[in-house]
Design a protein around this ligand. Structure first.
Ligand SMILES: Nc1ncnc2c1ncn2[C@@H]1O[C@H](COP(=O)(O)OP(=O)(O)OP(=O)(O)O)[C@@H](O)[C@H]1O
Ligand SMILES: [Mg+2]
Length: 253
């Protein structure tokens, strides 16, 4: 029997990389052979469809499913870069209840992973996305405000009955960490009392290629996402900081 894992990607602070992590992690898991569906929980400010370049192929969305205009699987759009599927969010379903949202998510029981892209903030949209999940990934960047918001979110998540809460540190600049100008991922993990299962470097390729629907394998962030996907797939908590390894490599030779 397939055991569906429902993972919400959240952060508190906006713009730290939730949608990027959702899309890239989903693709990595799909490439590993898992059946993956992404659900855009960012109702009103949807951009998972843009980041995955499926925008033009969207026919139905979450609100059509709830209105009974189509079945949930009919609303799914195939990704351009991997075998994963995406359920687009509606731009006008702000009144969508947590219960209805959860019902749609639970309907994807034939998938191995449902990954929910949570909106920024801790309002209704946060509650709706989190209450549909069993596990959470909290994304933060090394900025003080993002870490503070991640801390708040981690406290809030404690009141949901989640099987696991993990941490991803995004936009890490190894050169700045070395110079003491940026806090390192391990230290952020200590502050938040959660060891990071993904440390994603700052990578211009992400911004550059995202509009085209996918970042190439040659991007420096790619191996970091591989390590994150391995931790999620295997339910491990291995700390892999690819930028730290590069630093070591550079120092030795
Ligand atoms: N590791 C990275 N290196 C460089 N740019 C990045 C990285 N991660 C994300 N970005 C860029 O940061 C911007 C915000 O990313 P993203 O949309 O994933 O954040 P978000 O948390 O989903 O935002 P929102 O809260 O608005 O939903 C995007 O332009 C994205 O390309
Ligand atoms: Mg987003």
């Amino acid at each position: 029997m397939v055991c569906m894992r429902k993972i919400v990607v959240t952060s508190g602070k906006g713009g730290v990389g939730k949608t990027t992590v959702t899309a890239t992690l989903g693709r990595k898991l799909a490439h590993k052979g898992y059946k993956v569906v992404l659900v855009d929980g960012d109702v009103g400010l949807n951009n998972l469809d843009v980041v995955t370049a499926i925008e033009k192929r969207v026919v139905y969305d979450m609100s059509d499913v709830l209105a009974g205009k189509c079945r949930a699987f009919q609303a799914l759009v195939s990704d351009t870069q991997s075998p994963m599927r995406i359920l687009p969010s509606s731009k006008d379903s702000a009144a969508l209840t947590a219960q209805a949202f959860r019902g749609v998510v639970d309907g994807f029981s034939e998938f191995d992973f449902v990954i929910i892209d949570c909106p920024a903030g801790i309002e209704h949209g946060f509650h709706r996305s989190v209450s549909a999940a069993d596990e959470a990934i909290v994304v933060t960047t090394p900025s003080a405000s993002a870490i503070r918001d991640a801390d708040k979110v981690i406290r809030l998540l404690a009141s949901y009955r989640l099987a696991d809460v993990s941490l991803v540190v995004n936009r890490v600049r190894a050169d700045m960490v070395v110079r003491g100008e940026m806090i390192g991922a391990a230290e952020i993990g200590s502050l938040l009392h959660i060891p990071p299962i993904g440390v994603i470097p700052e990578d211009d390729m992400i911004t550059l290629y995202q509009q085209l629907g996918g970042v190439p394998d040659s991007a420096i962030s790619d191996r970091a996402f591989d390590a994150l996907a391995a931790n999620i797939a295997d339910k491990t908590k291995v700390f892999v900081d690819v930028s730290a390894r590069r630093r070591l490599f550079r120092r030795r030779y």
